[in-house]
Design a protein around this ligand. Structure first.
Ligand code: COA
Length: 399
């Protein structure tokens, strides 16, 4: 039977979600599905139909992604799956084709996603642009360097207060750090409802609520006494003192033996606040993948830490409209990206350019890995400095 790909109507959302659950080998969770319903955009959800059955699906949410020095429109690709009986016959490729053409048609310069497996998306031009950090700490060894400010007032938050903090503190961070998608009330609601068992704490500072944490304590009693585990779902802060305070609060919770956090920023400040440099047992993880759907809009839509002038020769087999030589000129106040016939400084694939785009993955390592080719002496070092950004990107919201 033929398979037809089309966008869905609102009543068909559940069929897509069921197909995605099947693809992920997970039981369909009605409660979780309903909690996320308001975040689904049916007109951006593609389904591959075989008769009346959904055999593959790929959705997208409309976001503003923070990039170095600003924000750009980005499709947040999600809910991608092909049912086990229909794999490796090009359905994902067909969905990606339709989706990227649609993103381009909407004028969004970027697409981004969280990948289940790292081998899937490079062929469609996505590069791994944000790395994350997972860590575990033993409470007994997690003492702070003397003098680190950690003494602002902390209070537990009710539902309304945590919603406000998850919107407003997040928004302040989103204005300064690349890699974050903006948060509508529907997204805040979804984050809270999909894990309804969380506790929340707020830190009050001179400018209002300056940090918060959502966390869960799982009680455990061993032969030697309490062995509770504290798992941090989200902890955001906008000042160093609020950051220190929220971590001190979490790491000082009585009865807790182990504290865990995942998808933290690669430059986790807590690592530098603790006296023992080994106190956080860290693991680097893959976080957000980025696709430059329109290279001209993307490279002219971010800022650069110092003056930059470079010619990039880009190959892009899946989105050939991006192929060719691009002159990037700009600096801290803005930039332009235009087509050129000048000699290139670097030759690279669109996926590797995307990896460097948010300033977290360096040109230098990609040149040394043989992925980016330097065409003029010193060009790699110049591009490395030009594309880097402080702070590095952090993907806070899983979508
Ligand atoms: C990943 C998935 C969507 C791929 O769908 P698909 O329809 O089989 O993909 P396609 O047939 O279009 O494959 C395109 C190419 O990608 C390769 N590929 C696809 N999935 C891959 C994977 N998981 N690992 C490595 N390569 C993969 C295929 O081999 C094929 O390569 P080829 O062109 O050289 O032959 C599907 O296997 C799936 O649903 N997996 C479980 C859920 C999941 O991981 N979803 C992604 C969420 S981010």
């Amino acid at each position: 039977m033929d398979v037809v790909i089309r966008t869905i109507e609102p009543p068909e959302v559940e069929a897509c979600s069921r197909a995605a659950s099947l693809a992920f080998s997970q039981p369909f969770d009605k409660e979780r599905f309903e909690a996320g319903l308001d975040t689904v955009e049916p007109d951006r959800t593609l389904a591959a139909w075989e008769g009346a059955t959904v055999v593959a699906t790929a959705g997208a949410s409309t976001f503003r992604l923070s990039v170095p020095g600003g924000h750009l429109g980005a499709a947040g690709v999600r809910g991608v799956g092909v049912v086990p009986t229909h794999r490796r016959r090009g359905l994902l490729t067909g969905l990606m084709r339709r989706q990227l053409d649609d993103v381009r048609g909407r004028g969004e310069p970027l697409a981004c996603l969280w990948a289940s497996e790292s081998r899937i998306y490079r062929r469609f031009g996505y590069g791994l642009a944000v790395l994350g950090l997972g860590w575990e700490a033993t409470r007994a060894t997690a003492d702070f360097v003397p003098g680190i400010p950690v003494h602002l007032p902390v209070r537990l938050a009710d539902d309304g207060e945590i919603r406000t903090a998850m919107t407003e503190v997040h928004e302040r961070l989103w204005r300064t750090r690349p890699g974050m998608v903006d948060r509508s009330p529907a997204w805040v609601d979804y984050r809270l409802r999909r894990r309804g068992d969380l506790s929340h704490a707020l830190v009050d500072g001179p400018s209002g609520v300056e940090a918060y944490a959502s966390y869960q304590v799982s009680p455990g009693w061993g032969v030697g006494g309490p062995e509770h585990e504290l798992s941090v779902a989200e902890a955001l802060a906008v000042t160093p003192e609020a950051e220190g305070t929220i971590w001190r609060f979490l790491l000082d919770t009585d009865l807790v033996r182990t504290v865990r956090a995942g998808f933290r920023p690669s430059d986790e400040p807590l690592a530098w606040m603790l006296a023992d440099t080994q106190a956080l047992r860290r693991r680097v993880t893959d976080a957000l993948w980025v696709r430059l759907v329109d290279i001209e809009l993307a490279l002219s839509g971010r800022r650069y830490p110092a003056d930059v002038q470079m010619v990039l020769e880009v190959s892009d087999a899946f989105c050939p409209w991006n192929e060719g030589r691009w002159l990037v000129e700009g600096g801290p106040d803005g930039a332009r990206c235009t087509r050129t016939t000048k000699q290139p400084h670097l030759s690279l694939d669109t996926a590797d350019l995307a990896a460097t785009f948010l300033g977290g993955v360096g040109v230098g390592p990609l040149v040394r890995a043989g992925r980016i080719t330097e065409r003029a002496p010193g060009a790699a070092a110049h591009a490395h400095r030009a594309l880097a950004w402080d702070p590095p990107p952090w993907a806070v919201t899983f979508f």
